[in-house]
Design a protein around this ligand. Structure first.
Ligand SMILES: Nc1ncnc2c1ncn2[C@@H]1O[C@H](COP(=O)(O)OP(=O)(O)OP(=O)(O)O)[C@@H](O)[C@H]1O
Ligand SMILES: [Mg+2]
Length: 146
């Protein structure tokens, strides 16, 4: 487990970028945090790190957005409106969790039964106007290794 304090939007984006650059295998990144915590900004950084050239937008209504990265595809999922397993299957999410790509999953607690790839868990907490705490589990970050 690693804990980070981010003092600006830029620091949050940079951390996302660093995580994205470090990924060499398919992974599911569970992203938790209240509205306005910074999930989308962190994801923007992650996409940059993966080599996605498109500007990423929130999948609030689309549920699933797909982007092409340098090495792997990038799937951004907002499962807030997915209420049961049937709806998840209809949205094609089971296949996504099995794909050789990187998945960012928001509001996806009911979908864990679909996970086949490795999981990284991230919790973002609001600490103040520009300050956030980020706890990351399952990422072997070079900068925090003893
Ligand atoms: N250190 C920080 N990291 C990330 N965002 C920050 C930070 N400081 C301030 N902010 C602001 O907090 C907001 C975060 O918005 P963002 O859309 O990323 O949140 P979100 O978690 O995706 O919210 P939602 O659940 O509504 O989609 C932005 O307005 C951003 O400018
Ligand atoms: Mg968002």
């Amino acid at each position: 487990m690693a804990k980070y304090i981010l003092n600006s939007v830029d620091e949050t984006i940079k951390l996302g970028e660093r995580l994205g650059k470090s990924l060499t295998e398919p992974v599911i990144i569970k992203l938790d945090g209240e509205m306005g915590a910074g999930k989308t900004h962190f994801t923007k950084g992650l996409a940059i790190g993966l080599g996605v050239e498109e500007e990423i937008t929130s999948p609030t209504f689309s549920i699933l957005n797909i982007y092409e990265g340098n090495v792997m595809n990038f799937f951004h999922i907002d499962a807030y409106r997915i209420k049961n397993i049937e709806e998840a299957l209809d949205a094609g999410l089971a296949e996504v969790f099995r794909d050789d790509g990187v998945v960012v999953l928001e509001w996806g607690d009911i979908l864990t039964t679909f996970f086949e790839n490795k999981v990284i868990e991230i919790k973002i907490k609001y600490l103040g106007d520009n300050k956030r705490e980020m706890i990351i589990e399952g990422w072997d970050d070079d900068s925090t290794r003893d």
